[in-house]
Design a protein around this ligand. Structure first.
Ligand SMILES: Cc1cc2nc3c(=O)[nH]c(=O)nc-3n(C[C@H](O)[C@H](O)[C@H](O)COP(=O)(O)O)c2cc1C
Length: 210
């Protein structure tokens, strides 16, 4: 089993999602999986600029941009797509930032959501091409949203990630959530302990699957 482990929090050792993704990746490794790691904060993926977009999706009749910089970005896009498509399980470290995901994670999504590679449009509508793998969203939030009145109005993080991966054809999505981590040391410790229990449940029986 191949696992792609992504971190996107820029907070290093102080990051909750990094602590949880590391524990989850370790559990998969212990079950015999091969884990590929990508740190989207330490090695940030550049945002989609006009030149790269033109190279990725050339407008009819327009010249395709050339040069070293665009070639490097195209090669990185291919590497990111290959890592994603080689994974049976994608572990996504996803802090909630201003009700959505950090820009570091969004920049990765903008590279792997590629027409003709991970989705396509058909006469019947969009079709995901990246199904058959599992995504585990490792979510962390300062406040509490799940099951509250705020969830529908303000969660553009987990809901967004589910929508994106669903659009790419991935229906097997789990969430390991730490909520209320800004609501005191006790709340933070309880959330981390709960996440650890969820990791154990999630990875129980994986040994048989690898
Ligand atoms: C820039 C920034 C924006 C944040 N926005 C929110 C938010 O909208 N809602 C929330 O509940 N927590 C918010 N938080 C708190 C984080 O979601 C929380 O600290 C989480 O643990 C971050 O993940 P990390 O520790 O892996 O970096 C924000 C934190 C930062 C630094």
């Amino acid at each position: 089993m191949n696992v792609l482990h992504l971190d996107s929090s820029p907070l290093g050792g102080a990051s909750v999602t990094r602590e949880v993704t590391a524990a989850l990746a370790a559990a998969y490794r212990a079950a015999g999986a091969t884990v590929v790691y990508r740190d989207l904060a330490a090695q940030p993926v550049a945002h989609l600029g006009g030149e790269l977009l033109q190279a990725l999706r050339p407008a009819p009749g327009a010249a395709k941009p050339e040069g070293e910089a665009v070639a490097r970005e195209l090669a990185l896009t291919e590497t990111l797509l290959a890592e994603f498509l080689a994974a049976d399980v994608v572990v996504v470290g996803a802090p909630m930032y201003n009700f959505s995901v950090p820009t570091q994670l969004k920049a990765w999504i903008d590279r792997i959501a590629q027409a003709g590679r991970t989705f396509r449009y058909t006469p019947e509508g969009p079709q995901g091409l990246a199904g058959g793998r599992k995504v585990v969203i490792v979510s962390s939030r300062g406040g509490r949203y799940a099951g509250t009145a705020f969830e529908q109005a303000m969660d553009h993080q987990e809901a967004y990630l589910r929508a994106v991966f669903g659009f790419l054809g991935i229906t097997d999505v789990d969430v390991v959530r730490t909520e209320g981590v800004a609501m005191g040391a006790e709340a933070r410790a309880a959330a981390l302990a709960q996440a650890q229990r969820e990791i154990e449940t999630l990875t129980a029986g994986e040994e048989a699957a690898v």
